[in-house]
Design a binder for this molecule. Sequence first.
Ligand SMILES: Nc1ncnc2c1ncn2[C@@H]1O[C@H](COP(=O)(O)OP(=O)(O)OP(=O)(O)O)[C@@H](O)[C@H]1O
Ligand SMILES: [Mg+2]
Length: 265
Amino acid sequence: MSSDDENSVLKVEDLGVAYGAYEAVAGLEFNIRRGEFVAILGPSGCGKSSMLNVISGLRAPSRGRVFVENKELFTPKSKAPRLGYVFQSHRLLPWRTVRQNLEIALAPSAVPRSEWNRKIDEILEILHIGQFKDSWPLRLSGGQRQRVSIARALVVDPSYILMDEPLSTLDEVTARSLRQELTGICQRTGATVVFVTHSVREAVYLADRIIILTRGPARIYEDYTVPLKRPRDYDDPRISEIESEIVARVQAPWGLGNTEDRDVA
Ligand SMILES: Nc1ncnc2c1ncn2[C@@H]1O[C@H](COP(=O)(O)OP(=O)(O)OP(=O)(O)O)[C@@H](O)[C@H]1O
Ligand SMILES: [Mg+2]
């Protein structure tokens, strides 16, 4: 049965991903609701990208079900989900200007052509890159390019946005300013975001909830609600405290440190 939660944007039931006999994701369950910012935290190789491939509609799961706005994906009647995707590298087309890169994203979307210009202008302004509308991506800094790729994800009015470590290649000062803006933008636009990161601190700062995975095959270790109001300060000692608590808790399930590793199958 599909969910009767009308605010559900992305729901997975018993989600598994296998490559032949190798199981990368083993029975994930979660429900992400409209406007939530959910971070996914897990050690390298645990199955995060495998999970993103399924919840983006690119790859059918080997078991379980995925629902977007209460409609099941991967059935003969399913439509492709409306989503934005921000990758670790910006993946902009270098032979297209910023505006043209956004238009390429808009072309298959439901946004009418008559609104493209207005939407592009608006989103570039929000991200403080309006002056680069007709620039080539190679003329921009790394941080500016990543702003463009966030703009490209937002401009299509997506049901949800998937971000796979979008700030990890930026220097820390640029990453900080983008993190701060990202929280503001998401609140203003009411975006629903699934954000994969290796950084516990980044997850605590950005997210409403953190889904902590085990070492692979990925299972849910903990679905943690961040007990901090917004706006948040990246240097808030509470963020450091929560970060330390989480790091201590994941030693065993991530197979780290000297802790014995009895919890993990
Ligand atoms: N196409 C594939 N065929 C076979 N095995 C794969 C394939 N893609 C991923 N895997 C394996 O599945 C496991 C999970 O990989 P995945 O890329 O999902 O991890 P990840 O959590 O995203 O890692 P990282 O944090 O390093 O990006 C790994 O052991 C990987 O080797
Ligand atoms: Mg990955």
